[in-house]
Write a protein that binds this ligand. Sequence first.
Ligand code: GTP
Ligand code: MG
Length: 298
Amino acid sequence: MGQPSEEWAWGGAIGPRTPTGPSMDPFPHSSLPVDPVPHVPWGEVANPALTSLSILLPALNEEDGIAAVLNRIPRQTLREKGIAYSVHLLDGRSTDQTRAVAKRLGAEIFVQTGNGKGSAFREFVPRIRDQFVVLLDSDGTYPPEIIPELVGKLGPGTPVILGSRLRGSIGEGAMSLANHTGNRILSWFASFLFATPISDVCSGMWGFVSDRLKSLDLTAIGFELEADLFAECALKGIPITEIPIRYDRRIGERKLHLREGVRIALALLKKRLRSGAAPAAKEPRFSIGRFFAEHTER
Ligand SMILES: Nc1nc2c(ncn2[C@@H]2O[C@H](COP(=O)(O)OP(=O)(O)OP(=O)(O)O)[C@@H](O)[C@H]2O)c(=O)[nH]1
Ligand SMILES: [Mg+2]
């Protein structure tokens, strides 16, 4: 052992090392609260009890549409309403810039393994951890602006909300006459088969209480997804509340062809025949008078 080094204060007797650093205040600081309340500016968050929301955007080659949709999500209003949200691109292995654009604009990217819009949605549902879900297309046709209002209506008595284009308004050139007629016929057919009125069974804008969504036994692969959502709700007695929405002309190339209408009708029929029993009782119950009133007043 050598001599103690120079920085040791050596008082001539062996003892503890003398501290040489700056002097410290006693700890903890008695003037500060032990567990300070985090600062949340009043007026910014109207409802401090946060609601959580997953916004799901299925997309196949929608590099232009997805940018428009993401830019139209009213982030400020969602924050002000105390809705903590995440946005998820459900990508059908796009070959354009869809994923890159969505990522740049803050969406989380999920790439489906199967094919079709229905498969993408079904693959993603088990991953949902938020209280509420909103589903809308990535082609700029549905109004992201109404998401806060839609989420505000969701709750135990209103577990599923459908944005109805046929009860709302349709922009010029947004829906061809053939599509319009097809949508009406399919909605009548679905209402009749499942004894449950619905005005727009092919609408791509829906809201869900996540637990109720997860209780559905969905089987759709492609564009019959919305018909499947409707049929499952009808069979399980889960009420669907309709709100009128605006439908605009699509951005980018369409993926749906007219023949899909036949596939959707067959999917509805198959589901109804396989279910055997009558649809579960729900509130409000179906009545022929009400059905015709609802489908003729527009
Ligand atoms: N993940 C995924 N999304 C898809 C697939 N096919 C279509 N989509 C998306 O599903 C949404 C609906 O498809 P569209 O082609 O717009 O069909 P549509 O809205 O019924 O018909 P249009 O009137 O032509 O707009 C769009 O956002 C598509 O990009 C697919 O195979 N996988
Ligand atoms: Mg579309």
